[in-house]
Write a protein that binds this ligand. Structure first.
Ligand code: BT5
Length: 262
């Protein structure tokens, strides 16, 4: 089932106008985000996608690694807008919401989000989103990576208890081409709507499925160790945490929900 990705096949039946139409497919690459950055720097357009069967240096946030079995998952990066359409930070939530919709539509699974960039099934991480900026201060460009565990059936080390895949959640294998196309469709659909309303309706949906809000949390990383209650998103996309009589807005770091069973 896990055949190598094939460009002609991925494009066959793709109905989008922008997203995925310009497609670079690799059997192996260091990181699709690194490649997308180079493609942005030489002027490739919004919607250009880099997808790979295997990454030798897949990256997460804050210098962490993204681990994925070869030829099993969806590992891609997409060139995004310059911030002219809507503020750049909204892209993380747009990609997250688009991935949730594509997974739900393709598998029937129920997917939740956790601030800032995790997708969870039954409390375990099935996907991470990595937003990066490229270009110059005058001409910024944004790109986003999506690592979605599709047919991986085992996770090593401490990921065993914390990670899951669509296959593990449903008991059956899934067609990576179909999921790729569903993902391109939902990104384009949300992008078109966000270009009209600045991303407000997309953010509303994302916020509703986010399990972080209203919960007691511990935020660590980026020089921080904060305990409080996650209240919501700030106007510029940060997580507002209330602690005592004060509120702090957090833009990076890891959130642990400290009442996981309630
Ligand atoms: C993320 O970072 O979740 C963003 C991951 C983005 C990966 C994609 S793959 C395509 C594109 N090209 C790249 O080079 N990257 C993007 P973060 O929130 O920092 O989470 C990283 C942490 O998730 C790791 O430290 C592990 O604990 C865990 N992790 C690693 N691989 C995982 C996997 N396959 N499934 C679930 N969790 C994983």
């Amino acid at each position: 089932m896990n055949r190598p990705l094939d460009k002609a096949s991925l494009l066959d039946g793709l109905t989008t106008r922008l997203f995925g139409r310009k497609l670079f497919v690799f059997a192996e690459i260091d990181s699709t985000n690194a490649c997308a950055r180079a493609l942005a720097d030489i002027g490739n357009p919004i919607g250009t996608v880099v997808i790979a069967d295997h990454q030798t240096a897949g990256r997460g946030r804050l210098g962490r690694r993204w681990e994925a079995e070869p030829r099993t998952n969806v590992l891609l990066s997409v060139l995004l807008g310059s911030g002219a359409e809507f503020p750049i930070w909204r892209w993380t939530y747009l990609l997250s919401e688009a991935t949730v919709r594509a997974v739900q539509q393709s598998t029937g699974l129920s997917v939740e989000t956790k601030w800032p960039n995790d997708l969870l099934i039954d409390g375990k991480k099935c996907c991470g989103i990595l937003l990066e900026t490229a270009g110059t201060v005058d001409k910024p460009f944004c790109l986003g990576g999506i690592g979605l565990n599709v047919n991986q059936s085992r996770f090593a080390g401490d990921l065993e208890d914390r990670a899951t895949s669509l296959r593990l959640a449903t008991g059956v294998e899934h067609d990576r081409k179909q999921i790729f196309q569903a993902l391109m469709d939902s990104i384009e659909d949300l992008y078109d709507r966000a270009s009209q309303d600045g991303g407000r309706s997309m953010l509303e949906s994302w916020t509703q499925r986010c399990i972080t809000f209203g919960r007691p949390v511990i935020v660590r990383g980026a020089g921080m160790n904060l305990e409080g209650t996650a209240v919501g998103l700030s106007d510029d996309g940060g997580l507002v945490v209330r602690h005592g009589a004060r509120s702090t807005t957090v833009y990076a770091g890891d959130v642990t929900i400290s009442d996981p069973t309630s």
